[in-house]
Design a protein around this ligand. Structure first.
Ligand code: SF4
Length: 384
């Protein structure tokens, strides 16, 4: 039976110009790690995230300077901005007034109903959504007691409590996240919640760690849930440059054949049969195509065992020989090149397709965002 994902249809909301939930593409988001009040550093990082394909970005709002900075950041970027709020509901209100496209509040520390109501009233006035961001590390004390710790059930109860509260305030522009730092509890919490609610879900494994542990935990956690059909927007958490989070998110989406963005490189692990410098060839192609958008499958194989087979199935491919490689294009052998020319030859072909693709989606000058600026962000018309 072919691999198939039956995605759960959730209630759609909007974060700026990006639809989240329902039938909207599963969006990729990240979070800046600059001081939000340092406007130029934050804008520079958001622009890099934008180029990498990020579609929604969250900024920390730990103080009123950060909240105010949103009004200066927003005109300079095309991505919708989510203000990340902990403890002080007044910062949520300040961020909404400064132009945030959505708010993230933590039910474990935002305070009593009166404070949540003030945030909800403000979000409604500004027409923006709220994420109820449950985190296993900051659950309400009464739930920790009731469930004997930060269990998946306790996390779901926290989200449900705030959903009821916002429901009683007639507010529906909501998405939920239920993040734990361990993968098993994260998966369990999202599965439990998804059985009980059709609210849109932001999926991620929190505090996943540095590059290797973070990638593995996120790929398993987010990947399992997406394969279950759960999740409307994803954030990979890495203790790294957030641009790496965006790359990782697309790799997860590509691996599950949910969205195709950019070059999908199929390369062999190399072995004693490999007679070309495959590791450096693959690294060079990866580096050169990092921000490419054209959805191409490129096979880079070390030898003739699996090489020609894989390379033929890809849009482009090379299969190595003795210091040489055969270039394949859409299943046809083009010709043999010395290994020093292989990267250039492959890149010439890829570049041509990238240029055609960018022209066809007309993103260079005409894509307008919700602020009327030009840019790539929020453009969900591509094959992603
Ligand atoms: Fe080894 Fe060839 Fe397989 Fe690469 S394609 S792992 S070089 S046998």
């Amino acid at each position: 039976m072919p691999f198939e994902i039956n995605r759960k249809k959730t209630r759609q909301i909007r974060v700026g110009n990006v639809a989240v939930g329902g039938l909207a593409p599963i969006s990729v988001q990240s979070m800046t790690n600059t001081l939000t009040s340092d406007v130029s550093a934050t804008v520079a990082q958001i622009l890099r995230l934008q180029d990498a394909g990020c579609e929604i970005v969250r900024v920390a709002v730990p103080d009123s300077a950060a909240a105010k900075a949103i009004s200066r950041i927003k005109p300079q970027v095309a991505l919708p901005l989510i203000a990340d709020i902990h403890f002080d509901y007044r910062l949520a209100i300040a961020a909404a007034r400064a132009g945030a496209d959505a708010l993230r509040i933590n039910p474990g520390n935002i305070g009593p109903r009166s404070k949540v109501k003030a945030v909800v009233d403000c979000a409604r006035d500004h027409g923006i959504a709220i994420r109820i961001g449950v985190n296993s590390g900051s659950l309400e004390k009464k739930l920790l007691k009731k469930y004997h710790g930060a269990t998946a059930e306790a996390m779901v109860a926290s989200a449900m409590g705030h959903l009821d509260l916002m429901g009683s305030l007639d507010f529906e522009q909501i998405k939920v996240s239920l993040k734990a730092s361990d993968v098993a509890r994260t998966i369990e919490a999202y599965r439990l919640f998804s059985q009980e609610s059709d609210v849109a879900l932001h999926v991620g494994v929190t505090e996943a760690g540095g590059l290797f542990p973070g990638l593995v935990k996120s790929a398993i956690g987010i990947g399992t849930l997406l394969a279950d059909g759960i999740g409307d927007t994803i954030r990979v958490s890495l203790t790294r440059d957030p641009v790496e989070e965006v790359r990782a998110a697309y790799e997860i989406l590509k691996a599950l054949q949910i969205r195709q963005r950019g070059i999908d490189i199929i390369s062999c692990p190399t072995c004693g049969r490999c007679q070309i410098d495959l590791i450096n060839i693959v690294e060079a192609i990866e580096k050169a195509t990092l921000n490419y958008r054209v959805p191409l499958k490129v096979a880079v194989m070390g030898c003739v065992v699996n090489g020609p087979g894989e390379a033929k199935e890809a849009d482009f491919g090379i299969a190595g020989g003795d210091g040489r490689g055969v270039l394949f294009k859409k299943g046809e052998v083009v010709r043999t090149f010395p290994q020093e020319q292989l990267v250039d030859v492959l890149m010439t072909e890829i570049d041509r397709y990238e240029k055609q693709f960018l022209l066809s989606v007309n993103i260079s000058e005409e894509g307008k965002d919700q602020n009327g600026k030009t840019g790539k962000s929020g453009d969900q018309s591509d094959t992603c």
